[in-house]
Design a protein around this ligand. Structure first.
Ligand code: AMP
Length: 200
């Protein structure tokens, strides 16, 4: 089962991905998490990505496609995966298509979490407050100023992916403004028919 979860920053992709991981036992491949780990470890990729991430822009397709290509070769991704935050440009979507085709694999589902953009700033402020309350460090790009840049990057570079996958007849949408559990239930309803593929 190979799933792409689309949606703007703050739409709930991370939260919902965790639940999909629990239900289907496939790994969540979050390019944001992988890049943050590379930045923390000070690897060459991290050094190149750091400033772009802190400004709310997108890291180059070359870097991101490279880390995904390596990651999906890992044994735990053989039975499938959920991509969270990738692809983020049409070029990345095309690279992913080629990567999968070269292995004889196909995507099972592309699901977009539809949200009201005006509500997202409030969500991101909540996320920062909750993180602080847990005594954890807030992501540097979860400030309102940088968040607006991330939203802008989404609008111009990532939103066209909805049309890209819709044209291929692959796009399904879920209302991401509903309570978290209802969003999960709707996602599961889309994914359950593909569950058999997990066993293969
Ligand atoms: P996220 O955790 O998905 O919100 O990603 C955090 C940041 O990492 C983004 O604002 C980008 O700077 C970078 N990033 C994550 N995934 C990608 C991607 N697929 N393409 C380019 N940049 C990415």
């Amino acid at each position: 089962m190979r799933i792409i979860l689309l949606g703007p920053p703050g739409a709930g992709k991370g939260t919902q991905s965790e639940r999909i991981v629990q239900r289907f036992g496939i790994p969540q491949l979050s390019t944001g998490d992988m890049l943050r780990a590379a930045v923390a470890a000070g690897t060459p990729v991290g050094l190149e990505a750091k400033a772009v991430m802190e400004s709310g822009g997108l890291v180059s397709d070359r870097i991101v496609v490279g880390i995904v290509a390596d990651r999906i070769e890992e044994p735990d991704a053989r039975r499938g995966f959920i991509l969270d935050g990738f692809p983020r440009t049409v070029a990345q979507a095309e690279a992913l298509g080629e990567m999968l085709a070269s292995k004889g694999l196909k995507l099972s589902a592309v699901i977009e979490l539809k949200v009201d953009e005006a509500a997202l700033i409030g969500r991101i402020e909540n996320r920062a407050a909750e993180t602080l309350a847990r005594g954890q460090a807030v992501r540097k790009d979860d400030t309102p100023e940088v968040f607006k840049q991330r939203l802008e990057a989404y609008r111009t570079q990532t939103a066209p992916l909805s049309a890209y996958y819709a044209q291929k007849g692959m796009l399904q949408t879920v209302d991401g403004m509903q309570p978290i559990d209802k969003v999960t239930a709707d996602l599961m309803a889309v994914l359950e028919p593909h569950a058999e593929a997990v066993a293969s």
